[in-house]
Design a protein around this ligand. Structure first.
Ligand code: EZ4
Ligand code: CO
Length: 402
């Protein structure tokens, strides 16, 4: 079962995606998502120029050895570009193995630990009224968990708010847009959003909120404490996580559950937060944290410390990553929740898939492998279109985490 071809497919059916396609001598192919939002072509080159030559001739069944070869064999370890590339290879190899075994990947991972995967939706609005209405619509659509983001009075652009009628999409075409941030305005306003949501919608709905790396530890402690009466399912990425000891301060001040790690790339990025019990949900993903094999290791570590999974699932993860996440989520015992942002119709047409959504739950389906394909002819009609995430500055022009 030698690998004979490794293709990198870059397309933009509504947003940019990088896809790795591995083909074996028997004509079986597997797919992996290699999309790194705003830095897509770096991963495409890493795969095309440096990884593909290493894969030709290797046994596609040696998933663990190939992972170690690409990780330890590179000498320069970790980082988002490298780990996204390794994740794509790993995911494609699991896809191949499933197709050869004629089993959905979740069966290879130990089978289903639950009937379906609880997902949370996004809801956002420029005003409080719009946000309450948006959360209500998602609850009516059947979601049992909703992430609520609201425009902040006095700030033109808040994180997570759609600028037109389309669903929120973080990347924008052209060069990075500049947004203005005020911690003071944000901190003053957010508790009133959840106060209103709870008063109007009650406590049955699980509510989540993404701080998106904007606060200092003591500010995060204040926000978490202010949100305690509103019983959030989680407060996400309250601080930038480079300085991980900062989470100790947050923990000293609030019982609001904490989620972190969508930008983490390896188990080493998760180690301290998990081992010290500083978070409740780990957001690492198949696409950016080394694939299905490595994410399972992270979940294993998390299970020892009462930390559950909450994988990132924004639109910058392609349907291939979404499928891989759902196979992982269905199988892993300490699953918590899965993020779900629907892709555009064009994306769904380029990546036909077996996974399905039904009233707040998703299932990866029973197709062998991951159950996702790529229509390469159609993909070629959507060429790469440069796009970046925005940047944020404080009122005086100082750059802030976006
Ligand atoms: O801003 O995936 O929880 N979800 C998020 C996302 C991120 C984007 C960045 O590429 O924080 O919306
Ligand atoms: Co997030």
């Amino acid at each position: 079962m030698r690998i004979v071809d490794a293709q990198v497919i870059v397309c933009s059916p509504g947003r940019n995606f990088v896809t790795l396609k591995l083909v074996t001598e028997d004509g079986v192919h597997g797919l992996g998502d290699a999309t790194l939002n705003g830095r897509e072509l770096a991963v495409a080159s890493y795969l095309r120029d440096h990884v593909a030559p290493l894969l030709i001739g290797r046994d596609a069944r040696r998933i663990e050895d190939t992972w170690q070869y690409l990780y330890k064999g590179a000498y320069w370890r970790r980082g988002p570009v490298t780990m996204t590339a390794i994740g794509a290879v790993d995911t494609a190899l699991w896809d191949i193995l499933g197709k050869v075994a004629n089993l959905p990947v979740y069966q290879l991972l130990g089978g289903a630990s639950r009937e379906a995967v609880t997902v949370y939706a996004h809801a956002n609005g420029r005003t409080l009224d719009d946000t309450v209405a948006a959360v209500g619509r998602q609850a009516e659509a059947g979601y049992t968990a909703v992430r609520a983001q609201c425009g902040v009075p006095g700030l033109e652009h808040a994180y997570g708010i759609a600028t037109n009628d389309a669903p929120y999409e973080p990347a924008e075409k052209g060069l990075p847009p500049e947004t203005v941030w005020s911690t003071e305005r944000y901190l003053d306003f957010v508790p009133s959003v959840f106060d209103r949501l709870r008063r109007e919608l009650g406590f049955d709905l699980l509510l989540l909120h993404d701080v998106h790396h904007r606060l200092t530890p003591i500010e995060a402690g204040r926000l978490g404490r202010a949100l305690e009466p509103h019983a959030l399912f989680w407060m996400e990425d309250p601080v930038p996580a480079e300085h991980q000891e900062a989470y100790r301060i947050i923990r000293q001040h609030t019982t609001t559950p904490i989620a972190a790690g969508e930008v983490f790339n390896s188990i080493f990025d998760c180690q301290l937060l998990i081992q010290e019990g500083l978070i409740d949900y780990i957001r690492a993903t198949v696409a950016h944290a080394g694939g299905i094999s490595h994410l399972r290791r992270i979940a294993g570590l998390a299970e020892l410390h009462h930390v559950r999974t909450g994988a990132h699932g924004a639109t910058d993860l392609s349907p291939i990553a979404m499928a891989a996440a759902l196979h992982f989520d269905l199988s892993v015992h300490n699953f918590g929740i899965q993020e779900h942002m629907p892709h555009t119709a064009d994306t769904d047409r380029v990546f036909p898939h077996a996974y399905r959504f039904e009233r707040g739950f998703m299932h990866p389906g029973e197709a062998p492998g991951l159950g996702v394909e790529i229509d390469q002819g159609l993909a070629a009609t959507f060429p790469y279109d440069r796009a970046y995430l925005p940047v944020a500055r404080r009122g005086d022009g100082t750059l802030h985490s976006w």
